[in-house]
Design a protein around this ligand. Structure first.
Ligand SMILES: Nc1ncnc2c1ncn2[C@@H]1O[C@H](COP(=O)(O)OP(=O)(O)OP(=O)(O)O)[C@@H](O)[C@H]1O
Length: 361
């Protein structure tokens, strides 16, 4: 059996009248990178701070490498927490910033020297070790801050939106750096972000937090293809998933009415919907909508946004608005006001109960 780097069991936390966390539970395996994904105020920071020991949970347990740390001081938990406001000591060199945690622990100078040099090489900041933070680029500062956390070899890294203050290029670079370190050294990471694209890029698994509660735990692609409900479906993916009223009629092998089109349903979807007619909400990802011959469902083009290799095209049909991601070669040919035929990949449709938003499975 592999030991979990972290197990969070039923953590709840209230601030006055605000329930910040309700019965939050998940685990992080050794060598795994787990992302806590959620909107602003979902409880990401509170979760990380509770694990780090900076907040005391009202109930629940935190176990790090098999050791119950719920009642331990932060310094005794052997965790490294990296916040988004990577505060470096402004008057200390890169070297001294990274060395700081080891000096606090009174390690011998020779081993400090060796460890800092090796961490700096891993993070590609050897060239700034003699410089002060003010003379470093944003990315270099971020990596030195990361180095200061790495140098201690903690059991688990907690990162709170560590990349949010970086520009897009640096973010991508540092993201792959984190992933590489995790793979090469087998570190366990728990990283919080509101950015689904970031989660998709680096997470082994995602813990989706909504209003302080865990809604779904899954690899990022599963969250996208198989969301447990409408909230998760809407949070992941840009442009957002299309939601359309659908009316299901089980007669004649099963058909649905979507906007003004009546379409035969693939067998898997029929199985999901059962043999009683009903209305529901159909979720269709923008890449599952295609142009087709204008003999079936038609729609008019209301917007075309060119995004390099792809275009995001907005259509209107019988009062419904649909967004599709099309190859740029197709998008370029469309003009606002054009009437075109559309086809949808119903195999990939996800159905939600209209009221509750729960997935129809
Ligand atoms: N010290 C506190 N006192 C009162 N309420 C708090 C405190 N800390 C957090 N909260 C509340 O708890 C909820 C969760 O906050 P938290 O900071 O964990 O969210 P988050 O997901 O990290 O958001 P963001 O992405 O904006 O950082 C919010 O409603 C927040 O206002």
């Amino acid at each position: 059996m592999t030991l979990s780097a972290l197990t969070v069991e039923g953590i709840s936390k209230r601030f006055g009248k605000t329930y910040a966390l309700s019965d939050v539970g998940f685990d992080v395996a050794e060598g795994e990178l787990v992302v806590i994904l959620g909107a602003a105020g979902a409880g990401k920071t509170t979760t990380l701070r509770t694990i780090a020991g900076l907040e005391v949970p009202d109930s629940g347990r935190i176990v790090v490498k098999g050791r119950d740390v719920t009642n331990l001081e932060p310094k005794d938990r052997n965790l490294a927490m990296i916040f988004d406001n990577l505060a470096l000591y402004p008057n200390k060199s890169g070297f001294d910033n990274i060395a700081h945690p080891l000096r606090v622990r009174k390690q011998p100078p020779a081993s400090i020297e060796a460890r800092v040099t090796s961490v700096a090489a891993t993070l590609r900041v050897s060239h700034v070790l003699n410089r002060l933070p003010a003379t470093m680029s944003g990315g270099e500062r971020q990596r030195v801050a990361l180095g200061r956390a790495l140098v201690r070899e903690p059991d688990l890294f907690l990162l709170d939106e560590p990349l949010s203050s970086l520009d897009a290029m640096l973010r991508i670079e540092l993201r792959s750096e984190l992933k590489r370190m995790q793979r090469e050294h087998g570190y366990a990471f728990l990283l919080a972000t509101p950015d689904y694209v970031e989660a998709l890029a680096i997470a082994d698994r995602v813990v989706m937090l909504i209003s302080g509660a865990v809604r779904q735990i899954a690899p990022p692609q599963v969250l996208y293809d198989d969301p447990v409900d409408r909230d998760v479906a809407r949070f992941v993916g840009a442009p957002e998933i299309n939601l359309l009223r659908a009316d299901y009629d089980p007669a004649e092998g099963g058909r649905i009415r979507l906007a003004d089109a009546i379409l035969p349903l693939p067998p898997l979807q029929r199985q999901r919907l059962g043999d009683v007619g009903r209305s529901f909400q159909a979720g269709l990802r923008p890449e599952h909508i295609r142009l087709s011959a204008p003999d079936g469902a038609t729609a008019s083009v209301t917007d075309v946004e060119a995004l390099g290799l792809q275009s995001v095209v907005t259509f209107e049909t019988s009062g419904a608005v649909l967004r599709a991601v099309l190859p740029a070669t197709e998008g370029r040919r469309l003009r606002i006001g054009d009437r075109v035929g559309l086809s949808v990949n119903l195999e990939r449709m996800v159905g939600f109960e209209s009221q509750s938003g729960r997935r129809i499975a």
